[in-house]
Structure formats: C-alpha cells, structure tokens
Ligand binder design. Structure first.
Ligand code: AMP
Ligand code: GLY
Length: 440
C-alpha cells in the first residue's frame, strides 16, 4: 500500500519504549496526528493526543471505532500483552472490509513470545539452535526429572511474566524450589501453569532484533541488555536495567549466522504456518562456545533496547514502521547514526518485587541539558498537585549518544546523576564492558 502524504498513527503502550517510539515517530514529516493510548505517561503526553475511549481488551471495539473515526491508518503496538491478546487482529479490520496497517503480529504470531513451549517446538522443527528444554505441567514430574540430573537447569514460566519468569538457579535444589513456586504456588499465576526446564548455557548475551513484513527481513543493529538488577549481573532478573547499541561483541559473520540459522528459518516457519507476522522479532541470543543459541523470542521491541535503537535511527521511523506493516521493507533504506548509544534505567525503590510509587522526581530538565541525552518516561505520572512522581518499577530511561561508547556512557551517567527520587535504583556498570570495535 502506498504511504499517504500524511499518516495518522495510534501508538499502544505506555513505557519508555513507547515514549522512544513516539519521539521517533513525531520527528517524521509524514506524521499527521499521533494518538496514544497511554498519555498518562507524561513524556508521551507531550507528543501525542489522548484517545477518548476506554482502552481495554474487553472493549477493544471502542478503540477500533476510534481508529475509524480519526482515520488512523497505522497502529503501532509496543508491548507484548495486547499483541498476545490479539489486538493486532482486531485493529487491522476496518468496517468496510479493508485493512488498516498494524505494526505488530496477531495473536498467533505473538505465541512465539507468549508461549515458550510453542517457541521451543517451533525452533526444534525449524532446526534453530537453542538450549535443550522439556515442558512440565506437574510438579512431581519436574521434580523427578531434576532430582536425577547432575547438571543444573534453568526454570522458565512458559507464559508472559513481564520478563521476570526466568529463574537461573545455582543448584537443582533451587531449581526444584523454583519449579514448585511456579507450578504449585502459582507465583506467576497462569503464566507458570506450565514450565520449561531448560539446559543452562553460558556466554555473552546479545539482542538481535529484525523487522519482518511477511516477505522481507531487515536486521537491526545488535544491542546488549543488562537484565539483572545489580552490578556485575547479580540480583534478580528484571525487565532490563540498561542497554547499549551497537553491541560490537558480535561480529558481522556471527550476525550473518544468526540471520541464516535463526531469523530466516523462523520467518519461513511462520509463513508455512500461514502466520502473517508484520512487526519486530526479537531474538535473545547467547553466544556460546558452540555458536549462537536462542534463549527466547519476543515479538516486540525490547525495553530498554528500543531506546538506543530509536535514538540512533536517522531514517524516518514512521516510514520504517509503515513499510513493515505494509510489506514493503525491500523499498526502504535505513540509516543509523554512526554514534554509539547507552541507556541507563532508573528504577523505583523496591523494584522488581514491590516498586514504591509516589516519590517526587527532580532533575530531568538538567539531565537533558547534557549533550546527546534524551530522557524517556516509563513509571512516572503527574500527581494531583502537578508534580512528577514515580508510578511503576522502571521509572526513567536516560539515553545518551556519544562518539564512542565510553563517551555515551559518561554522558548517560552524568545525566542520570542529576535526577533524584527517593530510593532510586540504578546499575553503574551499564556498557562498562562494551567491547571496543576492532579497527577495520
Ligand atoms: P529470557 O527471558 O528467556 O531471555 O531469560 C532471562 C535471562 O535468564 C536471560 O537473559 C539469561 O541471562 C538467563 N537465561 C535464560 N535462559 C537461560 C539458559 N538456558 N541458560 C542460562 N541462562 C539463561
Ligand atoms: N530487554 C528485554 C526485553 O525487552 O524483554
């Protein structure tokens, strides 16, 4: 479908990822009006108009009607939950029987993230390199299996658990306890009613994201994420405490290997299953001594990986999202800034278990004075007195460009140092060990 001169866009989602997407879309000369479901995010509110209907799965028809009424021609869905709930399928349909473009797969495509057992099966069928795994619904069977093994296994809730449903134990005693917690105590609710018991593998992790439009694959620059809460990769897994891009940990040759051994076979498998996947496929990869292996798939941009990706993107983001949804990625040429980018997440006290809301936040304007810095909002809101306060686990994403990774890192931390709220948590080693690219 030809892109019109001006496009009205609806953005779904309210985190720092979506704020970064909104900022990138808002830079496009082709943008008509940007509408957003989550203008309670003060960063998104500055860039987008609110939707004036309820936003929920139950009343999704109201959001579809909103799109019809406001001639929304492209819907961009940021988070996994609405994708898994089939918002893509519903919002694609127009009353006249034609289709609206949606960036993001429908419910069947979203299963790649929402059901780790399905993803594992698909990887196996497509011979995609991944850790070995077994699925259990019954605790006793999982326990029996784990008891008889010498090597330690990783325990994963198969459903969506906000990036926290993976336990990497030190012993199988701990693995058994984690399995019990999920299967018996239902610590992740229904997301943990079945678990994947997976071979523990080791190596450097990279996030390789690619745009899929149903025909073409456009691989984005690799990123590295820091999932643990504390420095030196200690503490519990979180949604992500920081990221950097490009991740020069990974050579061009290994990127090509990932494209041919992971992305192409999965895109083919989706097509074979008649799943039209138009959006972003995120492969969480571990670079093991035996080659790259997939840890997980997501069907959306990573958060925080999206923040550096959108910040480095020099091409028109709206054209890129449109082309993905329209199936015309082969007609697009994408340019990135040659600069490096580092994103540091500032998290609330108590995150990830029980984040404290309502703490007053200061210093964002000062932070944005630092050269190359943008601050994206996630768990923030304006309170009744008009003050900015914390309102969620990951509060802000401080994102900086620099001529080198080290300069980007210094800028991000200089800016982060200007922001204050009670109990703020921040890793101080984001991108610290980012490899320096070898001179070509
Ligand atoms: P996931 O959400 O599946 O990416 O898992 C979250 C984190 O747990 C990953 O980023 C890894 O650090 C770790 N992890 C997941 N699967 C494994 C595995 N099979 N072996 C070792 N670590 C893993
Ligand atoms: N940063 C990891 C994720 O978005 O799942």
């Amino acid at each position: 479908m030809q892109m019109p001169q001006k496009v009205n866009v609806l953005l779904v989602g309210g985190g720092a990822r979506e704020h970064a997407l909104a900022a990138a879309i808002a830079r496009s000369p082709k943008l008509g009006t940007l509408y957003a479901t989550h203008t309670s995010n003060p960063g998104i509110a500055e860039l987008a108009k609110p939707v004036d209907v309820p936003v929920s799965s139950k009343e999704l028809y109201r959001l579809a009607q909103f799109c019809d009424k406001h001639q929304v021609e492209l819907v961009v869905i940021g988070p996994e939950d609405p994708l898994a709930e089939g918002w893509g399928d519903t919002l694609r349909k127009k009353p006249d029987g034609t289709q609206r473009l949606v960036f993001g797969p429908g419910a069947r495509g979203a299963q790649l993230e929402a059901d780790k057992a399905y993803a594992k099966q698909m990887m196996r069928a497509a011979s995609v390199p991944t850790a070995e795994g077994k699925v259990f619904q019954k605790f006793e069977q999982a326990e029996e299996f784990l008891k008889t093994r010498d090597e330690v296994f990783v325990i994963k809730a198969t459903g969506l658990a906000k990036g926290k449903g993976v336990i990497v134990p030190k012993t199988n005693q701990e693995a058994i306890a984690a399995a019990k917690d999920m299967l018996v105590n239902r610590s992740f609710g229904d997301a943990g009613k079945s678990i994947l018991v997976e071979e523990k593998i080791s190596g450097t992790e990279v996030s390789v994201l690619a745009l899929l439009d149903g025909h073409n694959i456009l691989v984005l620059p690799p990123c590295q994420d820091h999932k643990r809460l504390l420095n030196n990769d200690e503490g519990p897994n979180t949604g992500g405490m920081g990221a950097f891009c490009p991740a020069d940990t990974i050579s061009d040759q290994v990127m090509q290997q990932i494209e041919s051994e992971v992305l192409v076979p999965i895109a083919d498998a989706l097509r074979r299953d008649e799943i039209e996947f138009r959006g972003v496929l995120y492969a969480g990869i571990m670079l093991t001594p035996g080659g790259p292996k997939v840890l997980e798939f997501n069907v959306r941009f990573g958060d925080p990986e999206c923040q550096p990706l959108m910040t480095r993107l020099q091409s028109d983001a709206l054209e890129l999202l449109w082309a993905t949804a329209a199936g015309t990625l082969d007609q697009i040429d994408v340019q990135y800034s040659p600069q490096s980018c580092v994103c540091v997440v500032l998290a609330a006290k108590g995150y990830p278990d029980a984040p404290v809301s309502g703490s007053s936040i200061t210093g964002i304007e000062d932070a944005e004075e630092v050269e190359g810095v943008s601050v994206f909002h996630a768990g923030t809101k304006m309170n009744d007195d008009g003050d900015l306060v914390t309102n969620g686990g990951r509060v802000l994403s401080v994102t900086a460009l620099g001529d080198t990774m080290e300069q980007a890192r210094q800028r991000a931390y200089e800016a982060a140092g200007k922001i204050h709220f009670a109990g703020m948590q921040m890793r101080t080693d984001i991108a610290k060990d980012a490899p320096v690219p070898s001179p070509s």
